[in-house]
Write a new protein. Structure first.
Length: 296
C-alpha cells in the first residue's frame, strides 16, 4: 500500500498518524490505539499543550515508572487518584442484573495470602482497636448460594496501614482466603480497619498537593470473590460511619458498597465495643480470572 506521510500543517497529523497504524494485525489494538491517538491529539489541541508541559508530562510518566517496584505500585496509584481505575472497574462491571458493584483493586492486593477456615482471625498480632466479626453469603444472580467460592480479603490496620507498609505487622497480616460453606456463607474475625492516606511520597503525592486535594480513603475492607463459572468480583465494603466517605481520594465509594459497621456493647471485662459487618455478594456468570498482583 502506498502511504503519504508528508505533513501539511498540524491538522493533517491526526489522520496520517491513525492511517500509519491501520495495518496493525490485532484488530482490538488497532481500534484502541486509533481512538487513543484521536483523543490525545484532541486533548493537546484543547489545552494547547506547551512544550514545557509536554516535558513535564513525560517526566511524570518516567517518575511513576521509576517509583514502582515489587513493594510499591505508583502507576496504579496515579491511575487511582485520576479516577481511571474506578472508571474501568465500573464500566466493566455494571450492576445491571443485581450483581454486587465492583470497586478498584488498589495497589495493595497480594496473591497467595494465607488459606483460612471460616471463623479464623486474620489479625495475626496484637493490634490496638476493636474486634470486628465479618460474615455474609455469596449468591448467584438467581439467589442461589455459591458453595466453595473463594473470598480473598485484605485490609488496613486500626492505624490505617497495610502490613506491607508497616514493619510492626507480621507478613500477610490482615489478609486471608476463605471458602464459602454449603450455604455459600463465609465468616471471619478481624480488627476494625481505619481510613488511611494513600502513599504521597512519590509523584502522585506531588500531583495531589498541586491540586490541593486531601489524600484520604474512608475505612474499608477489600474482597475478591471468585468461583469457576463466575466473573471474579473485586470490590470494597466501606464503613457507614467513616470519615471521608463522601470524598474518597480514589473515587471508590458507590452507594451500595457502604456496609453497616455495627457497634455492639463491650463484652463483660472489656471496655471496648466490638463491631459486626454483614455483607452478601452476588456473582455474575462468566469467566473466572485474576488480575496481575500490583505488588509481590
Ligand atoms: C486501597 O484501597 O488499598 C488503595 C486504593 C487506591 C490507592 C491506595 C490504596
Ligand atoms: Fe484499601
Amino acid at each position: 500500500m502506498s502511504t503519504n506521510h508528508l505533513i501539511d500543517g498540524e491538522a493533517s497529523i491526526t489522520p496520517i498518524a491513525i492511517a500509519a497504524m491501520a495495518q496493525t494485525t490485532d484488530p482490538r489494538l488497532r481500534q484502541v490505539m486509533a481512538s487513543f491517538v484521536q483523543h490525545m491529539h484532541a486533548f493537546i489541541r484543547d489545552v494547547h499543550l506547551t512544550e514545557a508541559e509536554f516535558e513535564r508530562a513525560v517526566r511524570f510518566l518516567v517518575d511513576i515508572g521509576q517509583a514502582t517496584n515489587d513493594c510499591h505500585n505508583e502507576v496504579i496509584l496515579a491511575a487511582d487518584v485520576l479516577g481511571i481505575s474506578t472508571l474501568v472497574a465500573l464500566r466493566n462491571n455494571p450492576e445491571q442484573e443485581g450483581q454486587t458493584a465492583a470497586a478498584l483493586l488498589g495497589p495493595f492486593w497480594r496473591a497467595n495470602s494465607p488459606v483460612c477456615r471460616n471463623g479464623d482471625d486474620i489479625a495475626r498480632c496484637d493490634l490496638p482497636g476493636p474486634t470486628m466479626l465479618v460474615s455474609g453469603q455469596v449468591r448467584d444472580i438467581d439467589g442461589k448460594p455459591v458453595a466453595g467460592a473463594k473470598v480473598d480479603v485484605w485490609q488496613a490496620s486500626p492505624v490505617g496501614m497495610y502490613e506491607n507498609q508497616d514493619e510492626h505487622q507480621p507478613e500477610m497480616n490482615l489478609r486471608g482466603q476463605f471458602t464459602t460453606d454449603a450455604e455459600g456463607r463465609y465468616h471471619f474475625r478481624t480488627v476494625r480497619p481505619a481510613g488511611y492516606p494513600v502513599p504521597t511520597h512519590g509523584p502522585t503525592g506531588v500531583l495531589l498537593r498541586a491540586q490541593n486535594r486531601h489524600c484520604m480513603r474512608p475505612a474499608h475492607v477489600h474482597f475478591m470473590v471468585s468461583h469457576e463459572g463466575f466473573k471474579t468480583l473485586i470490590t470494597q465494603v466501606f464503613a457507614d460511619d467513616a470519615e471521608h466517605l463522601h470524598s474518597d481520594v480514589v473515587f471508590g465509594v458507590t452507594k451500595r458498597l457502604v456496609g453497616r459497621f455495627e457497634p455492639h456493647q463491650p463484652a463483660p471485662g472489656s471496655n471496648e465495643p466490638h463491631y459486626t459487618l454483614q455483607y452478601d455478594f452476588v456473582l455474575e456468570r462468566g469467566v473466572c480470572c485474576f488480575p496481575e498482583p500490583p505488588i509481590k
